[in-house]
Design a protein around this ligand. Structure first.
Ligand SMILES: [Zn+2]
Length: 244
C-alpha cells in the first residue's frame, strides 16, 4: 500500500440532530461498496446550523454500530462553537473552537467531549477539530488528558509523525481522481450535501471502490517525520491558500 494510491474517506459532523435521511443514504452506499470511513462525532453539539432534525434518541446506538462494523470514530471537538478567529497551525479557516483558546479551556473541552463518547461506549483514537483549526495547546491537551494520538488534518502526501502525534493529512473537500501515490483523505459533510451531491458521491465510490482503504488498515510501522519535500509542499499549500 505504501507506494500505491490510497483513498480515505472522512465524514464530519455526526450528532443526534444531524440530517438522518442523508446520513442513512450515505451509509447504505458505503455498506454496498464496503467502504469504512472515519466519522467525526460532536459530543455536545450547540451549533444551530447542525440542529437539522429533532434529536434522534437512537443516535448513540447508531454510532456504536458504526464502530462495530469498522468505521473509525473521531472526537470532533466538543460543542462545535467557534470561540476565536485564530487559524492555529492548520489555518484552513480563520475561526476555531480550539486555536487561540487557553490550554485549560481546551483540556476541559477535550476531557468532557471524550467522556461523553466513552459514556456511549465509543473509543475514539482520532481527533479532528471543527473548521480544521487547532494549535500547539490542542496537541498538549490531547496528550495531557487522553490517549488520543492521531489527528486527521493538515496537508502532506502521507501520514507523518510530529512529536507524539501522528497526523493523517486531509487534502480534499470533494472527490477527484488522484494519480500520485499517497494517502488522500476526502472530507464530506453529509448534512449539507444535496441529492445531486449524494448521487455524484455514490458514482465515484462505485467507480473507485478498489482504491479505498480504512484508517484501521494503515500500517503505522512506516510512519516517520515529515520529509523536507513534504514540508515544502505544506508551506506552498498555505501560501497558495493565502494568495489564491
Ligand atoms: Zn465540523
Amino acid at each position: 500500500m505504501k507506494n500505491a494510491i490510497n483513498y480515505l474517506l472522512r465524514l464530519d459532523d455526526a450528532c443526534p440532530t444531524m440530517d438522518k435521511a442523508k446520513w442513512d443514504k450515505i451509509e447504505i452506499m458505503l455498506d454496498k461498496y464496503s467502504i469504512k470511513p472515519i466519522v467525526g462525532i460532536i459530543p455536545e453539539n450547540k451549533d444551530a446550523e447542525l440542529e437539522i432534525d429533532k434529536a434522534d434518541p437512537s443516535f448513540w446506538e447508531k454510532a456504536s454500530a458504526w464502530q462495530e462494523k469498522g468505521w473509525t470514530i473521531a472526537l470532533h471537538g466538543y460543542d462545535h462553537l467557534c470561540l476565536s478567529t485564530d487559524g492555529g497551525i492548520n489555518p484552513v479557516h480563520k475561526r476555531s473552537e480550539f486555536a487561540g483558546v487557553s490550554l485549560k479551556n481546551q483540556e476541559d473541552k477535550i476531557e468532557k467531549g471524550l467522556s461523553v463518547l466513552q459514556k456511549h461506549n465509543l473509543t475514539p483514537e482520532y481527533f479532528f477539530a471543527p473548521s480544521h483549526t487547532f494549535d500547539e495547546n490542542t496537541l498538549k491537551a490531547l496528550v495531557n488528558k487522553t490517549e488520543i494520538r492521531k489527528i486527521s488534518d493538515t496537508f502532506a502526501r502521507t501520514p507523518y509523525k510530529r512529536g507524539e502525534i501522528i497526523f493523517f493529512p486531509q487534502q480534499f473537500g470533494y472527490f477527484r481522481n488522484i494519480k500520485i501515490p499517497g494517502y488522500w483523505t476526502f472530507c464530506f459533510h453529509p448534512n449539507t450535501m444535496n441529492l445531486e451531491d449524494i448521487n455524484t458521491f455514490g458514482k465515484f465510490i462505485q467507480q473507485n471502490q478498489a482504491l479505498f482503504i480504512s484508517f484501521e488498515s494503515i500500517d503505522l510501522k512506516f510512519v516517520k517525520t515529515l520529509s523536507i519535500l513534504d514540508k515544502v509542499f505544506q508551506f506552498l499549500y498555505f501560501i497558495k491558500r493565502k494568495i489564491g
